[in-house]
Design a protein around this ligand. Structure first.
Ligand SMILES: NC(=O)c1ccc[n+]([C@@H]2O[C@H](COP(=O)([O-])OP(=O)(O)OC[C@H]3O[C@@H](n4cnc5c(N)ncnc54)[C@H](O)[C@@H]3O)[C@@H](O)[C@H]2O)c1
Length: 352
């Protein structure tokens, strides 16, 4: 399968995987920044390198486009790519507002192209383990769950010339999918209503930052459960994820900080005894160990799932409706922050 990758900062590691995978040919790369493009060209040795996204769309050899451009471009570029007949693998979040979501549903639902959102958390080893336990009935019915994502990203808020990047004004709830996806993936539930809250440090500490320091949202779910999401991109806290799932037969927590992906503590089957486990990725030894650094092992699994979905004509692990179930709750949460009242989370299936 011939692939083009757009956006070559985070996207560079995705381009490396597409370049290495025997099922895909990385035939084009694109970045509007000539310097980034030059660096990637030197590393990847790809012949077709373009600064304009349109050039990717117009290249008839390209079957699939992987989008790792800034989040405010995702919806528009996904729509353009689908309209150009390309399959789409899009970085999180899928969209930034409800109107974009409706437009994307309208276009994707009239196309036979595959759309997948590249959400890594459902592939993290702790979440895979929670999924197994939940599937085996060891946790029973989950009535309460939590997700925290505290990730100060100061270094990515300014371009070299000092102008703000999209991250300088990114409200934390607009980046909800690392927190929402594990619960939704486990349970198949859906968030229906949300109440959002926000807080920031002192004004003199804002230093030009244009978003809230923390946003927390409480969600009611279709299954009658409650879910708390807390997101922050400005804090004095070492980067950390945390997930917990409280079921009526058992409960499950990830570790914190660097252990969130690999360490879990749980009780099961109505027994409160605490079990601690270290969880690992599946064997990916077909790929060079260097590709597995950082997010690499989840990147490999997402690419494999995307390609398999296209080849077999099956749903990818995070198709458009799942992507929106993971993304829209944050948008509705932000609406609730503004309105100060509960807001409903739309079901994108009703837009088709
Ligand atoms: N764990 C994760 O899932 C994860 C981690 C990091 C980033 N992301 C997502 O990946 C995407 C990329 O993140 P990033 O940190 O690399 O962002 P970034 O803003 O640092 O880099 C984006 C790149 O896209 C290029 N670009 C901008 N406009 C373009 C256009 N019109 N056409 C082609 N290229 C263009 C920029 O020059 C830049 O090199 C974001 O949407 C982000 O939300 C996801």
């Amino acid at each position: 399968m011939n692939v083009g990758v757009a956006g070559l900062r985070f996207g560079l590691s995705w381009a490396q995987v597409f370049n290495a995978y025997y099922e895909t040919n990385l035939i084009a790369i694109c970045d509007s920044d000539p310097e980034k493009l030059g660096e990637a060209r030197a590393q990847l040795g790809v012949e077709s390198c373009c600064e304009s996204f349109n050039a990717l769309l117009e290249d008839e050899r390209i079957e699939a486009i992987a989008l790792f451009t800034p989040a405010p471009l995702h919806a528009e570029q996904s729509i353009q790519a689908i309209r150009a007949g390309k399959h789409v693998l899009c970085a999180v979040p899928a969209v930034m507002d409800m109107e974009e979501a409706r437009s994307l549903v309208r276009v994707a639902s009239q196309s036979d192209r595959t759309y997948m959102m590249a959400e890594n958390w459902i592939y993290e080893p702790t979440v895979v383990r929670a999924h197994e336990l939940y599937g085996d009935g060891a946790l029973g019915d989950i009535y309460y769950a939590e997700a925290e994502y505290y990730h100060g990203l100061q270094a990515l808020r300014r371009h070299p010339d000092g102008s703000p990047t999209w991250r300088n004004s990114l409200q934390p709830l607009l980046y909800p999918t690392h927190g929402t996806s594990p619960y939704l993936y486990l349970t198949g539930d859906r968030f229906t209503e949300v109440m959002g809250f926000t807080a920031s440090g002192r004004a003199e500490r804002m230093d030009g930052y244009e978003a809230d320091w923390i946003q927390t949202a409480m969600f009611r779910t279709e299954n009658g459960g409650l879910f708390r999401l807390s997101n922050s991109f400005e804090n004095v806290h070492s980067p950390s994820h945390f997930l917990s799932f409280h079921g009526d037969e058992g409960s499950f927590e990830t570790g914190r900080f660097s252990e969130a992906r690999t360490v879990c503590n749980y009780s099961q089957g109505g027994d409160k005894q605490l079990i601690r486990e270290v969880c690992k990725h599946p064997d990916l030894s077909d790929f060079d160990e260097r590709l597995g650094r950082g997010h690499g092992k989840t990147t490999i699994q997402i690419v494999m799932n995307f390609v398999e979905a296209i080849q077999k004509g099956i749903q990818p692990s995070v198709d458009l409706m799942s992507a929106l179930d993971m993304t829209l709750p944050g948008i509705a949460g932000l609406q609730s922050v503004a309105s100060g009242s509960w807001e409903s989370v739309p079901d994108p299936r009703t837009w088709v």
